[in-house]
Design a protein around this ligand. Structure first.
Ligand code: 5GP
Length: 188
């Protein structure tokens, strides 16, 4: 099963995904490739494969992506076929953190093998506040992220499930309930 988490930037989706991966250590995270620059707290090969724009474009030519998007005007983000194929061939569950367009592409390609979960923030203001507080963005990239919020929120109806992220712990519990409908942990 492919569990895909999506939400506008700043909704707390990455925090929820990290918490889910802690609680289901047997799940694999789909490490995307991106051409955006690495943040201080991120690790190459763990959070993303950080590559140059040229490397990304060469991978596009070589047909190495399941899907990719140009997000916030100039940064590529993409899911590598190698990541997903390996997981599916082993029958493992995989967790994705991606934008709404990417999530809908995964559904189109993998159908019932995928489950789309939208992480709904309490309000647009809450997202903006969060984006400002985490201090990872410049004035310009912040504006681009804010400009995309409405577009991403408008796709909520196309998702299989919505998790309200008013409170992190409750959101994680909601996400676990959804996952447990489709996945039964093996007893050791
Ligand atoms: P950030 O720069 O904040 O890490 O990510 C920006 C957006 O790109 C987020 O919505 C994130 O979920 C999304 N994203 C990350 N990896 C992928 C990917 O492989 N494909 C797509 N379509 N979006 C991605």
């Amino acid at each position: 099963m492919l569990f895909v988490f999506s939400a506008p930037s700043g909704s707390g989706k990455t925090t929820i995904v990290k918490e889910i991966l802690k609680q289901y250590p047997e799940f694999r995270f789909s490490i995307s490739a991106t051409s955006r620059s690495k943040r201080e707290i991120e690790t190459d090969g763990k959070d993303y494969f950080f590559i140059t724009r040229e490397e990304f474009e060469s991978k596009i030519k070589n047909d190495e992506f399941v899907e990719y998007e140009l997000i916030y005007d100039n940064n590529y983000y993409g899911t590598l076929k190698s990541q997903v194929d390996e997981c599916l061939s082993k029958g493992e569950c995989m967790v994705f953190d991606m934008d709404v367009k990417g999530a809908l592409s995964i559904k189109r390609i993998y159908g019932d093998k995928s489950l789309l979960i939208f992480v709904k923030p309490p309000s647009k203001e809450a997202i903006i506040e969060r984006l400002k507080n985490r201090k990872t963005e410049t004035e310009e990239t912040l504006k681009k992220r804010i400009a995309r919020i409405d577009f991403e929120m408008a796709k909520i109806g196309e998702f299989d499930y919505v998790v309200n992220n008013d409170d992190l712990q409750t959101a994680v519990e909601e996400a676990k309930k959804i996952i447990n409908k489709y996945y039964i942990k093996e007893q050791k």
